[in-house]
Design a protein around this ligand. Structure first.
Ligand code: UDP
Ligand code: MG
Length: 309
């Protein structure tokens, strides 16, 4: 059985089209499936739609979060609930072409343990958004040490991989973690489609925040940059110090206050940025140490034939 994991946040108009398209496609191709919708604390009728669907169908599971925890948490909840021999994560808005699930499934049957969806084009996204996404991935790829520019959350994972991911306690970044675990991988490429309904939940600001939090969870490079900056400043200060001493000995006192002011401001700002970066890591440590759950499920619905577990 294939578990289809669909995170949904304020997607009342996407639930039905997503279910119908994916379900009929998989049935046509003789793939048995369960469809798990994770309602990430939507304010609209998303969960009502999922509940209705679970009454009318045989293979729907719906989880409702107590508030919005973010797509990463929704994916974690989906993976924890999945009971299939393999699981695929797909967006609710059908921007990931569902036909590709069949292609991914066939590759899984051939023995691949992770089948990644690789974006060919980013579709019709806003210019700022696609620029933001490009910048985000080029920075994070460099820092995390692998190319993530065209990767997405559209992936099919074998049961083994799902079990490994379920055991990981950290708040991860699905794309990066599923790369980190290794395994026998392959990919299929796809073109990003237009949304069937609704709007993207990402603002440029949100994307930047997301980028920063993910860079800091996968890399300590920002802290190392601070060390490198410190060394550069030390070298500069030695040079300036020697220069000042030579001037002093030759009775040519250093000219004016400007140099002093510029250096003070520069050092001050570097120190503040450095403290900020270190503070960010401490905040992340604090988050992990508290050990709060990644999400809280406030209600669950299941199609009746699915009720035994
Ligand atoms: N999503 C979610 N929680 C959030 C934001 C988004 O579960 O806080 C879901 C959303 O419902 C969709 C998927 O994640 O199924 C991708 O979101 P969106 O289409 O807004 O992102 P984009 O495609 O623009 O990257
Ligand atoms: Mg989308």
């Amino acid at each position: 059985m294939l578990s289809v994991i669909i995170p949904a946040y304020n997607e009342e108009n996407c639930i039905m089209p997503a279910y119908t398209t994916i379900h009929s496609l998989l049935t046509e191709n003789d793939i048995t499936c369960e469809i798990i919708f994770i309602d990430d604390g939507s304010q609209d009728r998303t969960f009502d739609m999922i509940s209705e669907l679970s009454l009318k169908t045989e293979n729907v599971v719906g989880l409702h979060f107590s508030r919005n925890f973010g797509k990463e948490s929704a994916i974690s909840a989906g993976l924890a609930a999945a009971r299939g021999e393999c699981a695929v994560v797909i967006d609710c808005d059908l921007q990931h072409p569902p036909e590709k699930i069949v292609e991914m499934y066939r590759l899984w049957e051939q023995g691949y343990e992770i089948v990644e969806g690789i974006k060919k084009e980013r579709g019709q996204e806003k210019k700022m958004h696609s620029m933001g996404a490009k910048l985000f991935y080029s920075v994070i790829s460099r820092m995390a040490g692998f190319d993530m520019a065209n990767s997405s959350d559209f992936k099919l994972l074998d049961r083994k991989v799902v079990d490994v991911l379920n055991k990981m306690p950290e708040r991860g970044f699905f794309r990066a973690i599923s790369y980190w675990v290794g395994y026998n991988k392959t990919s299929v490429s796809y073109n990003v489609r237009e949304r069937v309904a609704g709007e993207s939940k990402w603002s440029t600001c949100g994307l930047i925040r997301y980028a920063f939090s993910n860079i800091t969870s996968y890399s300590t490079a920002p802290m190392q940059i601070v060390t490198v900056l410190g060394v550069i400043m030390l070298v500069l200060s030695v040079i300036l110090g020697v220069w000042a001493l030579v001037d002093k000995i030759a009775s040519r006192a250093l000219e004016g206050m400007t140099t002093v002011i510029v250096i003070t401001i520069f050092i001050g700002s570097i120190i503040m940025i450095s403290l900020g970066i270190i503070g960010y890591y401490i905040a992340r440590l604090y988050e992990e140490v508290k050990g709060r759950p990644k999400y809280i499920i406030s209600s669950t619905v299941r199609s009746s034939k699915n009720k035994m577990v």
